[in-house]
Design a protein around this ligand. Structure first.
Ligand code: HEM
Length: 523
C-alpha cells in the first residue's frame, strides 16, 4: 500500500515535470530563435555570473537583433537594436513597462516603493508623475546654477589635488544630487557618514539582486515564512524600517528657503498623492540611481580624453573660440558648443555604465507577437545596450551597432553632428540622444535631463581648465590605459582604475576659477 502511494506521488511528479518541459519547449518554438538549452534549466547554466552581457552579445552574432532564452522556466527575450527596443518598449509600452519580480530587493528590503523596481501600477505612476515634473527639461533648468557652481568647485579641487581626480568627481556628483534633492549645502568631509550610509544602502540592494543571493527568488512561497524562522526576512524588514526613518528624516530637515526636489514634493503633496514613506523613498532613490551612473560616465570621459588627444584638442578649440580664456563656460554657451554636446552623447554611447539597463517584464494580461514570434506574458525583456570588445562579422549590441556606427569602438563625437558640424545628428529610435544608455519607453531614466546637464557643464569646465594625457613611466614611455578593461561595481560598470596626467592649460586657470566662484559667492 505504502509503495503504491509513493508510486502515485512519483508518477504525478514525473507527469508534472514532463508537462512543464513539453510546455516550455512548445512555447520556445514559437518564440524568437535562440541557443538550445537543457530540459528544465534551459540556458541558465550557459550564462556566466560575471559580465553576462558579453554572452548576450556573442549570441546576438548568431541569432540577430532579437532572440530568446529560457532561464530555468522564465522566458527571456534579448533586444539588440534600437529598432527592436523602440518597437516594443516605446511603441507597445502598455505591455512592456513592468519589472521582473525581485522579492528581497523590492518587496522586503525596500517595501515595494523603490521606484526603479516598482511594479507597473499606481504607486509607480504617482512616483513617475511627481519626479518627471521636477526633472523635466524645464524643471531641470532650476538646477543649472547649482550645477555650474559645483562643476567650478570640482575643477578647483582637481587643480589642487590632481592625483585624486576620481575622489573629486565622486564628491561633486554626490553633492550635485543631494543639493538638488534636499537643497543641502555642498558636501563637506563632515557629510561622510551620511554618504557612507547611503552607499551601503545602495550596495545592499545591488547585492540582493545578484542571481542566487536569496533562495526566496527561486521559491517565492518562502516570502510567507514567519520572521522567527527566516532571519534573512527579519533583517530585510529591519533595514526597510531603518532606511525609511533615514529618508524621512532627510526630507523633514530640508531647507525650505531653497529650491529642491523634496520641497516640490511637499508643495504639491495633495496633487501627487504620495504618502510620507513613498515621497521619502522617491527622494532617496535619486542618489542610488543618479550618483554612480553620472560618475561612471565622467570616468569614461576622462579615459577617452587620455586616449584621444586630437578629440580633446578639437573640443578645447571649440570652447576657446566660443567662451575665450577670461571666464568659465556656462549653460548659455550650450547652443554654440555642438562638439561638447556631441561629446556627452559619445561618452554615454562609447561605454554605457549600465550594459543591460534595467530589465523589463511583459504584463501578465496577454501574450504578444512581434514579427510573427510569440512573446509570452511574463517574459523578461533585456535591452542589450552594451558594446562588443573586438571586431565581429555581425555583432549586435545597440550602442555599438556597426550599421549605425561603423567605427563603433572609436571615441568620435562628430558622428553625432551633421556635415556643417553645427547641428545634432542622431540615429532614429534613440530619443534624440544617439544611444540607448538611459533606456526606453515609459520607464526611460527619469533623471536623464539632470544627468545630461551635469555631464555637459562638467565636461566643458574640465576641458576649459585642463589637459589630460597618458603619464610617462620611468623610461619615458607613455602608460596608455587599457581601453577595454572594466570592473563590475554592482550598480554600474566602470573602467578599470587607470592613470591620467592632469595639468592646467594656462597659468591663470586657478585665478579665473577663483574669481568666478567669488563672484558667485561660492568661496
Ligand atoms: C549617466 C547617468 C545615468 C544613467 C546612465 C542612467 C540610466 C538609467 C537606466 C538605464 C534606467 C532604466 C531605464 C529603463 O528601464 O528603460 C534608469 C532609471 C532610472 N533613473 Fe537613471 N540614469 C542616470 C542618471 C540618473 C539620475 C541623475 C537620476 C536622478 C536624478 C536617475 C534616476 C532614475 C530613476 C528614478 C529611474 C527609475 C525609472 C523608472 O523605473 O520609471 N538616473 N536610469
Amino acid at each position: 500500500m505504502a509503495l503504491s502511494i509513493y508510486s502515485v506521488v512519483f508518477a504525478a511528479c514525473v507527469v508534472f515535470v514532463l508537462n512543464v518541459v513539453i510546455k516550455t519547449q512548445l512555447q520556445r518554438r514559437k518564440m524568437p530563435p535562440g541557443p538550445p538549452g537543457i530540459p528544465l534549466l534551459g540556458n541558465a547554466l550557459q550564462l556566466p555570473s560575471a559580465f553576462p552581457w558579453l554572452k548576450f552579445t556573442e549570441w546576438s552574432k548568431q541569432y540577430g537583433p532579437i532572440y530568446s532564452l529560457n532561464l530555468a522556466g522564465t522566458p527571456v527575450v534579448i533586444l539588440n537594436t534600437f529598432k527592436t527596443a523602440a518597437d516594443l518598449m516605446d511603441r507597445r509600452s502598455n505591455i512592456y513597462s513592468d519589472r521582473p519580480r525581485l522579492i528581497m530587493a523590492s518587496e522586503i528590503l525596500t517595501g515595494g516603493i523603490f521606484m526603479i523596481f516598482t511594479k507597473y501600477g499606481d504607486v509607480w505612476r504617482k512616483m513617475r508623475r511627481a519626479s518627471h515634473e521636477e526633472f523635466s527639461i524645464r524643471g531641470c533648468e532650476k538646477f543649472q546654477g547649482q550645477q555650474h557652481e559645483e562643476a567650478a568647485l570640482s575643477v578647483l579641487d582637481i587643480l589642487e589635488t590632481p592625483d585624486e581626480w576620481q575622489d573629486c568627481l565622486k564628491r561633486s556628483t554626490a553633492s550635485n544630487i543631494l543639493t538638488a534633492v534636499y537643497g543641502r549645502e555642498r558636501l563637506t568631509p563632515k557629510d561622510k557618514p551620511l554618504i557612507t550610509r547611503i552607499h551601503a544602502h545602495t550596495a545592499r540592494i545591488a547585492g540582493a539582486v545578484v542571481p542566487g543571493a536569496y533562495l526566496v527568488e527561486i521559491f517565492p512561497f518562502m516570502k510567507h515564512f514567519p520572521t522567527w524562522m527566516a532571519k534573512w526576512k527579519k533583517d530585510g524588514l529591519d533595514w526597510y524600517k531603518r532606511e525609511t526613518d533615514m529618508f524621512e528624516k532627510l526630507c523633514d530637515d530640508i531647507d525650505t528657503q531653497k529650491h529642491s526636489f523634496v520641497r516640490g514634493l511637499k508643495e504639491n503633496q495633495a496633487r501627487h498623492g504620495l504618502t510620507k514613506p513613498e515621497a521619502a523613498w522617491l527622494a532617496g532613490i535619486m542618489f542610488s540611481a543618479g550618483a554612480e551612473t553620472t560618475l561612471g560616465t565622467l570616468f569614461n570621459f576622462v579615459l577617452a580624453m587620455t586616449l584621444y588627444p586630437n578629440v580633446m584638442k578639437r573640443a578645447q578649440a571649440e570652447i576657446d573660440s566660443v567662451v575665450g580664456r577670461d571666464r568659465l563656460p556656462n549653460f548659455d554657451d550650450k547652443p554654440r558648443l555642438p562638439y561638447i554636446r556631441a561629446m556627452v552623447k559619445e561618452s554615454l554611447r562609447w561605454r554605457p555604465v549600465g550594459p543591460v539597463a534595467v530589465p523589463r517584464r511583459t504584463t501578465e494580461a496577454r501574450d504578444d507577437y512581434y514579427n510573427g514570434y510569440l512573446i509570452p506574458k511574463g517574459t523578461t525583456v533585456i535591452p542589450n545596450i552594451w558594446r562588443v570588445f573586438f571586431p565581429m562579422s555581425a555583432p549586435w549590441a545597440m550602442n555599438h551597432d556597426p550599421e549605425l556606427y561603423p567605427d563603433f569602438e572609436e571615441f568620435r563625437p562628430d558622428r553625432f553632428l551633421d556635415e556643417s558640424g553645427q547641428k545634432d545628428n542622431v540615429p532614429p529610435d534613440t530619443h534624440e540622444m544617439g544611444h540607448g544608455t538611459f533606456g526606453f519607453g515609459r520607464r526611460i531614466c527619469v533623471g536623464y535631463n539632470f544627468a545630461n546637464q551635469v555631464l555637459f557643464i562638467q565636461m566643458a569646465m574640465m576641458l576649459w581648465a585642463f589637459n589630460f594625457e597618458a603619464p610617462l613611466d620611468d623610461s619615458g614611455q607613455p602608460i596608455v590605459p587599457d581601453r577595454s578593461a572594466t570592473i563590475d561595481a554592482g550598480v554600474v560598470v566602470l573602467p578599470a582604475p587607470f592613470k591620467t596626467k592632469i595639468t592646467p592649460r594656462s597659468p591663470d586657470v586657478p585665478s579665473t576659477i577663483r574669481q568666478e566662484l567669488e563672484h558667485l559667492g561660492a568661496l
